[in-house]
Write a protein that binds this ligand. Structure first.
Ligand code: 13P
Length: 255
């Protein structure tokens, strides 16, 4: 017997959508809906709405607020950046790191992500760490290698106690915002591979403690099928998280 910390989670990555007023509306709609699945719910609005979102939720609903990014430094002359301690000061304890849009459009490398992960761990932040191959890598059959290096380069220097608290999100780039969802078979295959990698590097107990989410065109219509795979603990949702009904239909599919 071992204590598992594997969680059921559905997280909404709002990306660069929703201003303050729209954030207020969406949060009030979310608060009115019922979570019947017992899954933990996380939303990640833009930086400027984070403090406001925490205030609007006001502990009246079990919804956690996450940031979509953070800087690796603790403070300093880094114009335009936001640190872990600033996030914590407005009640945000979770951060998404390594999203493919950050990697592709903002040049975030494994080296930089390792620094961000270290900073988040030092600050006691919870991390949702995204990994995923692009279409070319999927079609050329190098996807296991891609995922393996994304994970080992950025996370495998960490101690087991810290890795256990990292939520992984497998988001194949070719499935993000494309309407082209990975098949449940493809998702389960990759999630099982990720768990096995963690087991080799650490041990089986650590592997079974890690929460692994799927992301990429996840919708109410395909959520049940995706989440029913044994190594899938929930989802990281983009487009469908901008609509309260759709998002909670996905939350409630994660039993
Ligand atoms: P979509 O759900 O819009 O495909 O986005 C997934 C995603 O990138 C979540 O981080």
């Amino acid at each position: 017997m071992y204590l598992t910390m594997r969680q059921k989670i559905v997280a909404g990555n709002w990306k660069m959508h929703k201003n303050r007023e729209e954030t207020k509306v969406l949060i009030s709609e979310l608060k009115a809906l019922e979570n019947t699945s017992g899954s933990r719910v996380i939303i990640a609005p833009s930086y400027v709405s984070l403090a406001f979102a925490v205030k609007e939720i006001n502990n009246e609903a079990a919804i956690d607020v996450a940031a979509q990014n953070m800087d690796q430094h603790s403070s300093g002359a880094y114009t335009g950046e936001v640190s872990a301690s600033m996030l914590k000061s407005v009640g945000v304890k979770t951060v998404i790191l390594g999203h493919s849009e950050r990697r592709i459009y903002f040049g975030e490398t494994d080296t930089l992500l390792k620094q961000k992960v270290n900073s988040a761990v030092e600050q006691g932040m919870e991390i949702i760490f995204c990994i995923g191959e692009n279409l070319k890598q999927r079609e050329s059959g190098t996807y296991f290698h891609v995922i393996s290096s994304q994970i080992s380069n950025v996370l495998f220097h960490l101690e087991a106690k810290d890795v256990k608290n990292i939520i992984l999100a497998y988001e194949p780039v070719w499935a993000i915002g494309t309407g082209k969802t990975a098949t449940p078979g493809q998702v389960q295959e990759m999630h099982a591979f990720i768990r096995e990698m963690i087991s080799w590097q650490y041990n089986e107990m650590v592997a079974n403690s890690v929460t692994i989410l799927y992301g990429g065109s996840c919708k109410p219509a395909n959520a049940v099928e995706l989440f029913s795979n044994k190594d899938v603990d929930g989802g990281l949702i983009g487009g469908a998280s901008l609509n309260a009904e759709d998002f909670y239909a996905i939350v409630n599919a994660n039993r």
